[in-house]
Design a protein around this ligand. Sequence first.
Ligand code: HPA
Length: 235
Amino acid sequence: MSIHINAKPGEIAPIVLMPGDPLRAKYMAEKFLQNVKLVSSTRNVYYFTGTYKDKPVTIGASGMGCPSIGIYSYELFNEYNVDCIIRIGTCGAYSTNLKLFDLVNVDRAFSESTYAKYAFGFSGDHLYHEGTAYAAINETAQELNMTVQKGAIHSSDIFYRSIKGIPAMAAENDCVAVEMEAFALFANAKQLKKSAATLLTVSDVIPTQEQISADQREKSLLPMMELALESVVNL
Ligand code: HPA
């Protein structure tokens, strides 16, 4: 048990898939995994462990924002000996080169967050994916004939802001999209010498204000879920 995860030792697999939403973790585990067991439900942040094509995998939620994913991913890496975490989430596209439902494999996350600086003394405004998971996602996408964009994203601390338009940090660094968690996940993986990737589905296009509807949301995330699970088999 860790402070925020009440799984017993050995109940978390070496590879964890991490959506933001606990109910998405539940949906995914019930839909795709065999021999599924709920291993943690502290604060209703669910973690399920099972197998996918005979490979053990845990699917559990990060919550929203760098502080929240910072806590869960740190405890998984540090106290449950997790080797690799793949975040699977949604993003808002800054670039109209991205369309709704497109997939983005994040190579770098830019952020105004102070998380990495004050947690570990890392300077600089961006961090990279860590380890082999990013490459495994790209290779698996090729095998499955799926298109995945690769690029830099903005891990913002802010969802609602008064000034519309693309924030300066994102514009200056060619960030194709915005989400709120990758930067802290990459910081923990770098500090603890672990593997971490972030795979995103475009749920809204900010310049045109297009959005995936509530009805479309569940189905629209299936390709990302399948790509992440198939990547786990290849890791
Ligand atoms: N901002 C931040 N995170 C997001 C967004 C957004 O517009 N869309 C999906 N995740």
